[in-house]
Design a binder for this molecule. Structure first.
Ligand SMILES: Cc1cc2nc3c(=O)[nH]c(=O)nc-3n(C[C@H](O)[C@H](O)[C@H](O)COP(=O)(O)OP(=O)(O)OC[C@H]3O[C@@H](n4cnc5c(N)ncnc54)[C@H](O)[C@@H]3O)c2cc1C
Length: 376
């Protein structure tokens, strides 16, 4: 039984109005139901993603109960007890598929948001017209922050973007999408063990965009559009926002990831019998960014500073989660609570575990484990 508190594709429905995929349509490979439209190199807007999921549920005959929220899960002998908005249920195995991006994260800063200014997280943003008039400060320069900065700039808003560290890459290299290269060279198959540190799991995804058919989007393109860049937000005092003097460090960090990401591509191209790809070095970047800004007259502050896991009462066993709130698991099976499984978690098994291109592999492994645990 699949319990969903909202409707099919609820998370996608709740994203901003112009949201579209960052990964190309051909990467959508739900088991037995890959993307079959006429624009494999395009990027579905959210309504099409929801349609795709609704079709998928119908094609596989998913035993869905929508509008049912699970409030808490406990264990009683060899059974789980699920308390839901529609009564109590029992199950011998539970899979938590409550999303990779559960809880919007705000950085710790000195001071408090101003009371006369709209302050929202990315999941509360819908479109430029819904924001009060005036310039907008965006805090966080990953995929969401950069896409919102571009959208608001194009809508005629002044935008200040407080930047952190995020990898970036051109949308296409030698006519092939960056996600194609990342798939072919195994980048998306990297596991936690391939990362330099456990914290690296929380690094931003590669910044680019699928809007308008897909194009380059990073700090240099935003600066060229007129977006005002700054370092990390460190304080809010009255109407003044203060930023760290670290914009150049963050740009250099992103440039280093770009070089790491692309350095194996010539060898990959040679193995695949393709011409050596043209990979330009990042253009010089000498703007140290603004150190502070007067927020008088601003319309809003939008935090786009990442997400953290939050299982709340669905996982009441503290040792079942690590110190960052990610499940302690192997191949999706809890290492602590027998019968408890996870899918759709960032780096559950690999970097693509929370992407439409990778979740199917993990789901098959979890399904097989449950079949052998409880029988079919
Ligand atoms: C800005 C952004 C851009 C992204 N772009 C891409 C992209 O281009 N390509 C890609 O492949 N992925 C992308 N992703 C990742 C992708 O959105 C998610 O990883 C994916 O939706 C995970 O699917 P899921 O079904 O595991 O989780 P979700 O889609 O989050 O679904 C979880 C569901 O669980 C329900 N739920 C939660 N708690 C409960 C409860 N207690 N009881 C009942 N139901 C509950 C929610 O309502 C929701 O419908 C992006 C993510 C973000 C944040």
């Amino acid at each position: 039984m699949v319990l969903e508190r909202g409707r099919i594709g609820e998370t996608w429905r709740g994203r901003w109005d112009s949201f579209c995929l960052v990964t190309p349509n051909w990467t959508v490979k739900l088991p037995g139901h890959p993307y079959a439209g006429d624009d494999p190199d395009g990027f579905m807007p959210k309504d099409e993603i929801v349609d795709h999921l609704e079709n998928y549920a119908s094609v596989v005959g998913a035993p869905l109960r929508t509008g049912v929220e699970v409030h808490s899960i406990t264990r009683d002998d060899d059974r789980f007890i699920l308390r839901t908005s529609d009564g109590e249920l029992q199950a011998r195995a539970v899979i938590l598929a409550t999303g990779a991006y559960q809880c919007a994260h705000r950085p710790q800063i000195a001071g408090a948001p101003l009371t006369d200014l709209m302050v929202l997280d990315v999941d509360g943003y819908r479109s430029p017209v819904d924001l009060p008039n005036g310039p907008v400060m965006i805090v966080g320069s990953g995929q969401s922050g950069c896409q919102l900065a571009e959208e608001l700039n194009e809508a005629g808003r002044e935008v200040v973007l407080s930047c952190g560290r995020a990898p970036w890459a051109p949308r296409r290299i030698d006519g092939r999408d960056i996600v194609w290269w990342a798939t072919e060279d195994g980048f998306l198959d990297q596991s936690l063990n391939d990362l330099p540190s456990p914290e690296a799991r929380l690094f931003a995804n590669i910044v680019t965009t699928g809007h308008g058919g897909g194009h380059d989007l990073h700090l240099r393109t935003l600066r060229a559009m007129g977006v005002e860049l700054a370092g990390h937000l460190i304080g809010l005092e009255g109407h003044r926002a203060r930023f760290a003097d670290d914009l150049l460090d963050s740009v250099a960090w992103g440039d280093e990831r770009y070089r790491m990401l692309t350095k194996e591509l010539p060898a990959l191209a040679a193995r695949l019998g393709l011409p050596a790809p043209q990979i330009p070095d990042p253009e010089p970047f000498g703007d140290p960014g603004i150190e502070e800004v007067d927020l008088s007259g601003f319309g809003a502050i939008i935090f786009t500073s990442g997400f953290r896991p939050d299982y709340g009462d669905l996982v009441p066993w503290p040792e079942a989660l690590d110190q960052r709130g990610f499940p302690s698991q192997e191949d999706g099976a809890s290492l602590v609570v027998p019968g408890l499984y996870f899918v759709g978690v960032h780096f559950l098994r690999t970097r693509k575990s929370s992407l439409l291109t990778g979740v199917g592999d993990d789901a098959a492994i979890v399904a097989a484990a449950i079949s052998s645990q409880v029988g079919r």
